[in-house]
Design a binder for this molecule. Structure first.
Ligand SMILES: [Zn+2]
Length: 190
């Protein structure tokens, strides 16, 4: 691959992403290779965009009193490696070398604890609204970049609902898997 991309991985950081460190991470088990990308959606409050609440949530700085929904997630300590906002801006909360807390109880191809060996990507979105074209465009570039940096990922791109079925529904019915995979294929072969 020779095309110039906006993003690059260096020492576990995604250059081109805004760095917003989250305290919610720990070490991956020793000798764990990154081999899976997990795609999620999140919006706070649900189906409302902007406002900066997701960022505050992943930084343990969300004011739980600001919205009734926030009280249902009060005290939760979670994170993701990357968040792609509706505008296509990418934020990084956890270094890829570290284990972010995004998947919970999960299994992929008979391997449990997906947090150990995956990279989590949250799209600002919900199960009941389409995602933005800018988000697909950036997700495509970011995943291509991650596949280059972590070759074991290859085709291993799953939704949260795939690795935690019955428990999680995201990225939801509006995430266009076929279009995304085609876009990724074209991007890598252009
Ligand atoms: Zn999720």
């Amino acid at each position: 691959m020779s095309q110039a991309t906006t993003f690059q991985v260096q020492d576990g950081q995604l250059l081109g992403a805004r760095q917003i460190p989250s305290p919610n991470f720990n070490q991956r088990p020793e000798d764990t290779e990154i081999q899976l990308v997990v795609i999620h959606n999140i919006s706070l409050p649900p189906s409302q965009f902007g406002g900066g609440y997701i960022e505050q949530f992943f930084q343990n700085q969300l004011d739980w009193s600001k919205h009734p929904y926030f009280q249902t997630i009060e005290g939760m300590q979670v994170s993701t490696h990357l968040l792609i906002l509706r505008t296509g801006e990418v934020l990084q909360f956890v270094n890829f070398n570290d284990r972010a807390w995004h998947a919970g109880r999960s299994t992929y191809l008979a391997q449990k604890e997906c947090n150990d060996y995956s990279i989590g990507i949250e799209l600002e979105g919900s199960d009941d609204l389409p995602f933005e074209a800018a988000q697909y465009a950036v997700l495509t570039e970011v995943v291509a970049c991650l596949q280059q940096a972590y070759p074991k990922i290859q085709q291993h791109i799953a939704g949260h609902s795939d690795i935690a079925p019955g428990r999680k529904t995201d990225p939801g019915p509006f995430f266009e898997w076929n279009a995304f995979r085609q876009q990724l294929h074209h991007f890598k072969n252009k």
